[in-house]
Design a protein around this ligand. Structure first.
Ligand SMILES: *Cc1c(COP(=O)(O)O)cnc(C)c1O
Ligand SMILES: [Zn+2]
Length: 373
């Protein structure tokens, strides 16, 4: 049977109970052995559930799904070089967070949970709220008051209880943590099952490449839910021999909020306390990432790197992408700004994968500001 293991003290827990954090305060990961049968997978519907035996949900009947995933891996040219871009802005709720929410909420239902709490800068809250609506689970979402109105409307529309917090993103987390003393914490940064969903990013990319690993994967990092999920996915695929190497992970942060970039560059052992400046990349403005050390470890292990991008670069990449017919939100453009920076020094013969992580329609206010300049 699968078990949960603490990243800090190595304590283990049976995975049949609704816990999301170790008694010592450390974060938990699921120890899990996936099964990958390529032929069986190829015969299934094009959704992330085609990797059924790699997802830690016991019964098909408890899976909560909109038939999500298997997003197109589209080739686009940036700086004259071909890049494969996963179209993860076209998920049901408009961001890749659906990957994590699908598995987490399915697990919550399997465990008999009837009420959950989550905190978010918008997209994770929307995703958890939508899957809870589908599952019939009561949902509380805590968000900073300054969150894009489009995301607030979305969370409310799904019928979730929206709690607006008038402080920072960190104060929002504290309020949710307090609520989580009584209610199951469906946190995208704490809860190990969220990462069991985001790992399907790696599965899909490798299958779409004919069961091959890319050379470079460029992803955003705030709490690192996509990057860590991808890292778990590539590791699992390599461990069962489905691919023969793991790609270098390039983590992109906004210069206005780059604690992990600083930690990596300066060889710090702890997340530095930083001052956060205003950034249009609201989705990655995380000053105190819970899994900071784990993120650095994943990047180091892959022989990858951290990059930072300025507000100006984010704005330019956003316009570049939108003027080719893709409508992505400013946070998603930060990753593309990181890609464009990476390409300045790249030889051009690497197989590079990145993602459009969130849809622009949720951020009309910010898009208006940027386009009218
Ligand atoms: C959540 C999110 C990110 C980054 O996520 P982290 O888990 O904080 O690293 C990037 N882009 C979009 C659109 C998001 O919603
Ligand atoms: Zn522990």
């Amino acid at each position: 049977m699968a078990q949960l293991i603490c990243g800090k003290c190595d304590a283990t827990y049976q995975a049949d109970q609704p816990i999301w954090r170790c008694d010592c305060g450390g974060s938990l990961d699921l120890e899990f052995k996936p099964v990958i049968e390529k032929k069986k997978i190829a015969s299934r519907k094009p959704t992330m559930w085609r990797y059924r035996e790699a997802l830690p949900i016991a019964e098909d009947s408890t899976a909560i799904s909109f038939d999500e995933g298997f997003t197109p891996l589209l080739e686009l040219e940036f700086n004259g070089k071909p890049v494969l871009v996963k179209q993860d802005h076209i998920f049901q709720t408009g961001s890749y967070k659906d990957r994590g929410a699908a598995v987490l909420v399915s697990k919550a239902r399997e465990l008999g949970v009837t009420e959950v709490v989550e905190d978010s800068s918008g997209n994770a809250g929307s995703a958890i709220a939508a899957y809870c609506a589908l599952a019939g689970i009561k949902c509380h979402v805590y968000v900073p008051e300054k969150t894009s109105p489009g995301k607030l409307a979305q969370i409310k529309s799904y019928g979730a209880h929206l709690h607006l917090i008038s402080g920072s993103r960190e104060e929002t987390s504290e309020a949710a943590l307090e609520a989580a003393e009584k209610i199951y914490y469906a946190s995208h940064s704490w809860n190990p099952y969220f990462f069991q969903g985001t790992k399907t990013f790696a599965y899909e990319v490798c299958e779409q490449l004919g069961w091959r690993s890319p050379d470079i994967v460029i992803l955003p990092v705030g709490n690192g839910t996509l990057l860590l999920g991808a890292s778990i996915g590539f590791d699992e695929l390599k461990s069962v021999g489905a691919i023969d190497k793991i790609p270098k992970l390039i983590a992109v942060q906004a210069k206005a909020c780059a604690p992990l970039y600083e930690m990596f560059r300066n060889g710090l052992n702890e997340t530095p306390s930083i001052s956060v400046y205003n950034t249009v990349a609201e989705g990655i403005a995380i000053a105190e990432p819970i899994r900071g050390e784990q993120i650095i470890e994943a990047v180091v292990k892959s022989k990858g790197d951290f990059l930072i991008v300025t507000e100006d670069e984010i704005g330019k990449s956003l316009m570049n992408v939108c003027q080719r017919g893709f409508y992505i939100e400013p946070t998603a453009a930060a990753t593309i700004a990181g890609l464009e920076k990476y390409l300045l020094d790249s030889s051009g013969d690497e197989l590079i994968v990145t993602a459009f992580t969130g849809h622009g329609l949720k951020s009309t206010d910010k898009m208006m500001k940027i386009t009218t300049g």
